[in-house]
Write a protein of this length. Sequence first.
Length: 140
Amino acid sequence: MLRWIAERERIHLAPAFAAIYHGRDTLRKFLAQSYFRGTTYVDSYLGAPGPARTALFAALGAGAGGLALLVRRPRTAVALGAAGAATAGAVVRRCGASGPEARAVATLLPLFAAGFGAGLLRGLALALRARLPGQRRADR
């Protein structure tokens, strides 16, 4: 979104602005961020009709289908997952990513999907719990 804005408008920052970047330079940090992003995705888009919410439901459906396939036909599920990750790497390469970037996408996509998916489930559970009568809402 920031790139879209920057293409259309100048962005001015206060001279005193400062930020600390916390990189995901270890597998543990990467997985924690994936999980966090899944949780916050639900919080951001569940109540907002549009393509992001549609993608949320599509991801949940694909995840459920993938888990069912993993239980019934594990070899097929693993093969399809590997093919999907390799395809994603090829697509980002075709879109201008470097070879190492494309390999990173192909390698990390299954891990990101697992962490993000677990975060989505957590986000849905938190949203459901917040809507139940007698439950304390997190935003109060």
